[in-house]
Every structure is written in C-alpha cells, then in structure tokens.
Design a binder for this molecule. Structure first.
Ligand code: FMN
Length: 195
C-alpha cells in the first residue's frame, strides 16, 4: 500500500482537540492542498477564511450549535463513541469543539457546484492534515454559524462578498495527546456495483 492510500485509510474525524495551535508550516501546506484541489470548470471560486482567534471561533461555534437540531444518538445509532459529535453528546455546546483553527469555506451563492468545490478542497486538506499529524473535522451547513447579529458582523469584518455564502467549516488541531486514533466503523456491504 502506498503512502497516499495509507493516509486515506488512516484519516478520521477528530473532535477532541489539544489546546495547542497548529504549526504555521503545517497550516500553509494544508491550505496549499486546498488551493490545488479540483474545481468545477477550473474556476477556483472557493475562499478559505482562516480564523485562529479563539474567542471568535468559540462564539461562532456556539451560534452554530444553537442553530443545529442534531438527531441525538442512540445505543445503536451514533456518530462516534471515541470522538463524540454534538449529536452524541448534548453537553457539547460548541459545534466547533474548541478547535484552535477553523477554516470557513465560502463559495458563490449562484454557482451550481459551490458545495462540491468546497467538499473536494476539504478532502484534500483533511488528507494533507492527517499526513502532517494534524486532526481535522468537516462541518456541514457552514452558514448556520453566521445566522445572528454577531455572525453577520464577522462576515462584514472579514469583508466576505455578499454574493458568497459559507458552505462549510474545516476544523484543524492536534488530537488530544492521550486519545487513541479512532477506529473506522466497519464499511457497509454491497455499495459497489460492477457490470
Ligand atoms: C458533508 C459532511 C458534513 C459533516 N458535518 C459534520 C458536522 O456538522 N459535525 C460533525 O461533528 N461532523 C460532521 N461531519 C463529519 C462526519 O460525522 C464524519 O466524517 C463521519 O462520522 C465519519 O467518520 P470519519 O470521518 O472518522 O470516517 C461531516 C461530514 C461530511 C462529509
């Protein structure tokens, strides 16, 4: 198995972060991986807003949590036992899980492939992160973090164009030192059709 395949299989969503900020050199490499991702029509429309201000990240994460209505986990249906999500643990009040780096990915509102462009960039970045020992988590419905007055102020402060919207967030940080790397859930059968 080559290193790329090993990284793909190794990457897991990390939600329990060490307080330490990630190395700037790692952040630059992760951003480079996003900038070199495919994009529909080669348009490179995704904007990567990197926020390492803990207070801002915490406030936006709390707004997002307040605007989320997660289906709560049951004994047989859960997101992750090792790295609980807001659907697993109602005590988690920050939907960004105190990640030290939160990258909001914006794309044009009026573009058919806005979400896909962000998702492929995010996957490149999550794999780059894993290869560098940085944990990551994809957070969907990015706009809900900005859905109040404070969120709108931040969009204004960051000078985000009004014809762009927050598709998603990518959380980055070092996994907690004492945690084991999470195991992947077993893969469901019969998802590959061959003809
Ligand atoms: C489109 C998408 C949206 C997601 N949104 C969230 C989210 O809002 N909160 C969260 O904690 N994890 C979110 N995740 C991460 C998934 O929960 C995670 O990828 C999944 O449980 C599988 O675990 P793994 O990434 O470790 O294989 C999202 C993943 C994807 C692909």
């Amino acid at each position: 198995m080559n290193e790329t395949i090993k990284t793909i299989l190794h990457r897991r969503a990390i939600r329990r972060f060490d307080a330490r900020q990630i190395e700037e050199d790692s952040l630059q490499q992760i951003l480079q991986a996003g900038l070199y991702a495919p994009s529909a029509g080669g348009r490179q429309g995704v904007i990567f807003a990197v926020c390492q201000d803990r207070e801002v990240n915490e406030r936006l994460g709390k707004i997002k949590r307040a605007n989320s209505n997660p289906r709560m986990a049951t004994a047989t249906s859960y997101v992750s036992k090792e790295q609980p999500s807001i659907a697993d643990d109602p005590k988690l009040i920050n939907a960004f899980y105190d990640a030290p780096t939160v990258i909001t990915m914006f794309a044009p509102k009026n573009f058919l492939f806005a979400a896909e462009d962000c998702a492929v960039a995010a996957e490149n970045m999550m794999l780059a992160a894993d290869s560098l020992g940085v944990g990551s988590c994809y957070i969907g419905q990015g706009w809900t973090a900005f859905a109040d007055t404070y969120g709108q102020e931040i969009l204004h402060k960051w000078e985000i164009r009004t014809d762009y919207y927050a598709v998603m967030q990518l959380l980055l940080g070092y996994p907690k030192a004492d945690d084991n790397h999470p195991a992947a859930k077993p893969r469901k059968n019969d998802r590959v059709l061959r003809f």
